[in-house]
Design a protein around this ligand. Structure first.
Ligand SMILES: Cc1ncc(COP(=O)(O)O)c(C=O)c1O
Length: 431
């Protein structure tokens, strides 16, 4: 590479990833094939529109590529329609809002402090300025159960146009049948939307339930978390597709068309074809039987890690986990805040993030909790037997957070351990 500054930063990042253990639950390590597709020549191409209906010439290779990605995505999620163009998770959610809502319409979504995502109604977002978000919450943070009676009550009272299931900081499975009940209470034109960004990989592998099996109309997701693809978004839906670029009536049958129009030209310009190439590769990887084994291993590792942390005095929101992520209240456990814990763990090469806990008395930049998960370390090859060691290191880093010499010693241990587990992108280039 001619640009030595950027080349050095890439090398440094590779070393950082290799010598540490990635516990941020929304991160993963992609394969060499995904990286190769992402760095491919498709980045040069403008392809505004959809296959067969583009605004530029020269689409000989982009049309079959996008169709391939679409077919694989539909197969993975058991969907009737897939839009593979969203640049990321937030644009995917915004496009669905734009497709279905009018300004001022109501969306019922999980409270941000109880696990929802910023794009589900945080007052700082553009969506929250346009639409009216009403939050639902957990009934009890010690079990993690959502207050479904209240959800149904809120649906009856506010008659939301969208009921949104999904989270970025919730360690349990959702009861999709209850959401369907809430939609019935809300009225016939309520869209059931699932933002499965965190658990898409678990769903496609069949180790978690698929919201489409419970009457959901739309699933949005990122492609880079448990799904282990490039950074990107994806929207899947049920329904028939008419001509994508004609203005259809806002009916549930027309959702696929409404979504296509909401992505382009509604909220995005040209699709990133190199990312779509990498999505297609990741989808094919996720269709393999080995991906099911991977997804089950994520769950096995998370459940064991949660047990090991509890044994060491970590208080966990909901008492454990049924998915890939764990939320620990470190304020209650060790009388430190999430930022202090994150910094101590960072110093020894265990990367995770500070996180608010339900009804957190502390502010978001110094919240009471930390959030961690197992998708990336599972890709790296760690098994449940390694979780005891990680829990030991976590406790030691927190207990010795003011002892630099001890933290250095722990850092060496983590580095020596991590180096035994190659990155999947180390695979030699295939022809
Ligand atoms: C549930 C959920 N939706 C959407 C997003 C946003 O994805 P992105 O950062 O790709 O825009 C995230 C990312 O953390 C998420 O957890």
């Amino acid at each position: 590479m001619v640009d030595k500054q950027v080349q050095q930063l890439i090398k440094d990042e590779e070393q950082r990833e290799r010598e540490g253990l990635e516990l941020i639950p929304s991160e993963n390590y992609v394969s060499r094939d995904v990286l190769d597709a992402l760095g491919s020549i498709f980045t040069n191409k403008y392809s505004e529109g959809y296959p067969g209906k583009r605004y530029y010439g020269g689409q000989d290779c982009t049309d079959p590529l996008e169709l391939l990605a679409i077919e694989r995505a539909k197969k993975l999620f058991k969907a009737d329609h897939a839009n593979v163009q969203p640049h990321s998770g937030v644009p995917a959610n915004e496009a669905v809002y734009y497709a279905w809502l009018e300004p001022g319409d109501t969306v019922l979504a999980m409270d941000l402090g109880h696990g929802g995502h910023l794009s589900h109604g945080n007052p700082m977002t553009r969506s929250a300025h346009i639409y009216n978000f009403v939050p639902y919450k957990m009934k009890d943070k010690t079990t993690g159960e959502i207050d479904y009676d209240n959800l149904i009550e809120l649906a009856r009272k506010h008659r939301p146009k969208i009921i949104l299931a999904g989270f970025s900081g919730y360690p349990r499975e959702l009861d999709y049948a209850k959401f369907a009940e809430a939609a019935k209470a809300a009225g016939p034109d309520t869209l059931l939307m699932a933002d499965m960004a965190h658990i898409a990989g678990l769903i496609v592998a069949g180790v978690h339930k698929n919201p489409f099996d419970y009457g959901f109309h739309v699933i949005t997701t990122t492609t880079h978390k448990t799904l282990r693809g490039p950074r990107g978004g994806l929207i899947l839906s049920k329904g028939t597709v008419s001509t994508p670029l004609r203005a259809p009536e806002k009916t549930l049958e027309n959702i696929p068309t409404l979504i296509d129009r909401a992505i382009f030209p509604g909220t995005q310009g040209g699709p990133h074809m190199h990312t779509i190439a990498a999505k297609a590769v990741a989808f094919e990887e996720a269709l393999q039987p080995s991906f099911k084994v991977y997804a089950q291993a994520i769950l096995d590792n998370a459940s064991r890690l949660a047990d090991e942390l509890k044994k060491r005095g970590f208080v966990l929101i909901s008492g454990g986990t049924s998915n890939h992520l764990i939320l620990a209240d470190v304020k209650e456990s060790f009388d430190i805040d999430g930022k202090q814990a994150e910094e101590a763990l960072d110093k020894i090469g265990l990367n995770l993030n500070k996180n608010s806990v339900a009804d957190d008395p502390l502010p978001p930049f110094r919240p009471s909790g930390i959030r961690l998960g197992t998708p990336a370390i599972t890709t790296r090859g760690l098994t449940p037997d390694h979780m005891q060691q990680i829990a030991d290191w976590m406790l030691a880093a927190i207990q010795n957070r003011d002892n630099d010499a001890k933290l250095q010693e722990l850092r060496q241990e983590v580095r020596a351990f991590a180096l035994k587990f190659p990155l999947p992108s180390d695979d030699v280039k295939k022809a």
